[in-house]
Write a protein that binds this ligand. Structure first.
Ligand code: IVH
Length: 725
């Protein structure tokens, strides 16, 4: 028997004749792995290390040397694998063994009481029955599924669309506070998870201290542990400070940088990042069952996972409401962002009896805390011109710390919003930031005005090119009418064209685009394709040298043979997002077929509704756009036929009915509908049992009431924007 096969665990060790030396080596390896992982746990989870960094490093080095000398010993579960490996070309897709669902949201006490009543009605329990719930903090991170086979971490997969995610295993292995193999922690105290006889017992201690331990009986043969990957706020701040000092753009928030890191093709980047994993639910579980969710959490804790602090067992809804408030009170003391709490029925039988509605369990409810707010001074109001010419007022703020980040700019959305809120330059304003959403100015503190504040007059000329500003029917937005050569629009269009999801042109970032436009080297996307002849002019630009010019030109050259769906998306046609572009190109197969398609033909493509089709028709009919395509083609862009439709990321709105009601502050009704259509949904005018989501803007009335009665998924504007991505 080969030593290699034995060491890789492919053969049961007991039946293999192993030489004394081999057994010794393997024994030492096992002992080192167990010891190092135990120290990892003490350091990263319990925050009470018992050896010095130096002693730890010595153990680690010994393990590394042992594996270097006997490579057959090295396996995926070794702590040496936490340092990352060679970069990969792309992330592969992975189908979740069971779908990862989402939670219904609630926003106030009444929603929670309604939830409890619904639960009791559906379970045929009397109104005065106390259901046992768990209340957990809701971590604002990146959802992750970790699949352990035979007790060893086999796969780490992102949530994706809930059915299929991305395989990020090498990156996940670098997360220090998760076990690479499930090892029951026998040092832990055995505490019953029902401790406290139901009166708001906190199941897991908030800080290091006695943790609940489950019996370590029966390791499941295959188990999926689900939870959130987060980056603690202090680490996030430090990371951003370092980026700024290196002349890089700071990340917008901890969640974005977490997901960027977890999805990075180079796992060494993840290894260097301060990522942490917190377990909160189970997916597939074979060879072991749990009576209650609290039993599962105790099991996860005992197996070496960290669970969020502050999980509370509650008898009845009054205790739930108190627990929700308690977590909200401690919100700021959590080391990572939390955006609410999650209420779950503890008993698995009751969960199974309740089942699911659309993509959410009936036995659980997320409770979203109000966005964090802060007060600061609004220094000035600027107007930004986007790639389609839309003018967006932006508040320049005295920097203020809110919702985990320093905010110095906030969107004011549009003129209507600005006027409705009567926000003036010089005002003290309330700023809020929730989750991933762009910071917003909530209201001015009118009572603090001194009389020196200045009402903003929306310009009737474009601040960049002085062209007239026009109102478009049925849209809230105002636009700069100069589509052709407004430098702001050109900059935004070219930057979008070069961006990662479009043509992904290496070396062509926002700053370089601005220079190219400023110097008159680029007046349209097509001009990128004549830059080959402009070496001298390029070399004369700031921060450009031979190598950077070579890189830029190589990036542009590569984009000449890019697939047409990237080109279509990159052209920035209204309502044509990444998904729609892929569908269209897959459907029509060639640029010519797409460009000459009629409105009806366009609507035949999946995910294309009348608004999207009309936008495309108008774009292709415009002579200037035809000239642009000709010029690109003259510059060597190939517009190759699309052989096969790409596998598309399914969107939660795909095939769903999404009704919009009330006033949205960020877009008009028809824009919202187009955005839904663009993601493959339908947006009818009225609510029925068939409605999948109701998007409720401000002053939503009877439709919202009806949706609540029907128990439909109700989305706030923020939720909607997040889902739109
Ligand atoms: S339980 C059926 N518990 O919030 C869904 N989720 O929309 C089971 N989340 O996708 C999820 N903290 O990624 C659960 N304590 C917690 C959570 C939590 C954060 C995330 C999760 C889920 C989303 C809900």
């Amino acid at each position: 028997m080969e030593l290699h096969a034995v060491l890789m665990g492919r053969v049961p060790v007991g039946c293999v004749p192993m030489s004394v030396d081999e057994a010794k080596l393997r024994g030492r390896w096992e002992a080192l792995v167990a010891e190092i992982e135990a120290h990892n746990r003490r350091y990263y989870i319990d925050a009470s290390p018992i050896i010095s960094d130096r002693a730890y490093d010595a153990l680690f080095r010994e393990l590394q040397e042992l594996e270097d000398a006997h490579p057959a010993l090295r396996s995926q579960e070794s702590p040496t694998q936490r340092v990352g490996g060679l970069p990969v070309d792309a992330l592969s897709k992975f189908t979740h063994p069971t779908p990862m669902l989402s939670l219904q949201n609630s926003y106030d006490e009444q929603d929670i009481r309604d939830f409890d009543e619904r639960v009791k009605r559906q379970l045929d329990l009397s109104a005065d029955h106390s259901v046992r719930y768990l209340v957990e903090p809701k971590l604002d991170g990146m959802a992750m599924e970790l699949i352990y086979e035979g007790g060893v971490l086999a796969v780490g997969v992102t949530r994706g669309d809930g059915l299929v995610g991305e395989n990020v295993t090498p990156n996940v292995r670098t997360i220090r506070n998760l076990p690479l193999r499930l090892v029951p922690d026998s040092t832990g105290e055995q505490v019953s998870s029902t401790a406290g006889s139901g009166s708001q017992a906190s199941l897991f201690a908030p800080t290091p201290g006695p943790q609940t331990k489950a019996s370590s009986a029966a390791l499941p043969t295959r188990v999926a542990i689900r939870g959130e990957v987060v980056m603690p706020q202090d680490s996030f701040q430090k990371l951003n400070e370092r980026r700024v000092s290196e002349g890089l753009e700071p990340y917008v928030n901890a969640r974005n940088s977490t997901s960027g890191t977890v999805r990075n093709l180079d796992s060494r980047i993840a290894a260097a990042a301060p990522l942490r994993f917190y377990a909160h639910s189970a997916g597939v579980c074979e060879g072991r069952s749990f009576e209650r969710h609290s039993d599962f959490l105790a099991f996860a804790d005992a197996m070496g996972f960290q669970v969020p602090a502050g999980i509370t067992a509650c008898d009845g809804i009054d205790e739930v409401i108190a627990a929700l408030a308690a977590i909200e009170d401690r919100r700021a003391s959590y080391p990572y962002d939390i955006d609410g709490a999650v209420v779950k029925i503890d008993d698995h039988d009751l969960q199974a009896r309740l089942g699911f509605v659309s993509r959410s369990p009936r036995w659980s409810m997320a409770y979203k805390y109000a966005a964090e707010q802060a007060t600061t001074r609004l220094l000035a109001i600027d107007v930004q011109v986007g790639r389609t010419g839309v003018l967006t007022p932006v508040a320049r703020l005295e920097p203020v710390f809110v919702g985990g980040v320093v905010v110095s700019n906030a969107t004011l959305h549009n003129r209507d919003e600005l006027e409705r809120k009567d926000i003036r330059a010089g005002d003290l304003v309330v700023v809020q930031r929730a989750g991933d959403v762009i910071p917003q100015v909530v209201r001015p503190l009118v009572e603090k005005r001194t009389g020196t504040e200045v009402t903003f007059v929306f310009p009737d000329q474009c601040p960049e090119c002085r062209a007239p500003v026009v109102e478009v029917e049925d849209e809230v937005a105002l636009r700069c009418a100069n589509e052709v050569d407004c430098p702001a629009q050109t900059r935004a269009r070219v930057a979008h064209f070069a961006s990662r999801k479009a043509l992904d042109i290496e070396g062509l970032g926002v700053k370089l685009v601005a220079q190219l436009v400023e110097e008159g080297l680029v007046r349209s996307i097509a001009d990128l394709y004549s830059l080959d002849g402009q070496r001298t002019a390029l070399l004369a630009l700031e921060r450009m040298a031979e190598t950077s010019v070579d890189n830029l030109l190589a990036g542009i050259e590569a984009s000449r043979s890019a697939p047409i769906h990237r080109l279509l998306f990159g052209l920035g046609i209204r309502f044509v997002g990444e998904t729609v572009a892929k569908r269209l190109c897959g459907h029509f197969g060639s640029w010519e077929a797409l460009a000459s398609a009629t409105q009806e033909e366009l609507e035949e493509a999946e995910e294309v509704g009348p608004i999207v089709a009309d936008s495309l028709r108008t774009w292709f009919a415009d002579e200037r756009n035809q000239q642009l395509i000709t010029a690109m083609s003259d510059g060597g862009v190939q517009f190759p036929d699309e052989a096969r439709p790409e596998a598309l990321p399914a969107h939660p709105f795909l095939g769903k009915s999404v009704v919009v009601t009330g006033t949205l502050s960020s877009m008009g009704r028809s824009e919202a509908k187009a955005a839904i259509e663009a993601r493959g949904g339908k947006s009818p005018g009225s609510v029925s049992k068939k409605t999948d989501y109701l998007v409720a803007g401000e002053n939503a009335g009877s439709k919202l009431e009806k949706a609540r009665k029907l128990g439909l998924n109700v989305l706030s504007e923020d939720d909607f924007l997040q889902l739109l991505g």
